[in-house]
Design a binder for this molecule. Structure first.
Ligand SMILES: [Zn+2]
Length: 146
């Protein structure tokens, strides 16, 4: 499984994480998802309402609004982004939520070493995805991050 991001999206997520630090930053990722690859075409930053450095929670209404807008634009939900003060590995809490969110991709940025990693839970097994950062998005996908 491959997760495709643009360099611009990655820089944006890193900036948001820096701004939020030491609170965990979080965002929703939308685009296209199939069994072989996830392509992010839209990043929607969420405020971490827990204001915590080890957990995140987005405002449910904002999550709902983002899903609705994505639906209108014909985008699929790809997954979640959040930053960690620790290594870019899912925490125990993350793993619990991953089980609830089916095929969602979990993109984690470590604020300590700047490393980024993506995971997916399939049939109760944790898989690490290959992240491909593209300098420019291929034209047919349009719609860059906001
Ligand atoms: Zn986490």
């Amino acid at each position: 499984m491959i997760l495709r991001l643009t360099g611009e999206q990655l820089r944006f997520l890193k900036d948001e994480s820096r701004k939020a630090h030491p609170i965990e930053a979080c965002a929703l990722l939308f685009g296209r998802l199939n069994f072989r690859e996830a392509v992010v075409t839209k990043v929607v930053v969420m405020t971490n309402v827990l204001e915590a450095s080890t957990r995140f929670k987005a405002d449910p209404q904002k999550v709902f609004d983002a899903f609705e807008e994505a639906e209108r634009n014909g985008l699929q939900f790809v997954g979640f982004f959040h930053s960690h003060p620790a290594p870019a590995r899912p925490s125990r809490v993350d793993l619990q939520y991953m089980r609830l969110w089916g095929e969602a991709v979990w993109l984690i940025l470590s604020a300590s070493d700047g490393r980024i990693a993506a995971f997916q839970m399939t049939d109760g097994n944790l898989h690490e995805l290959t992240i491909k950062v593209e300098s420019t998005r291929r034209p047919e996908t349009g719609n860059v991050s906001s």
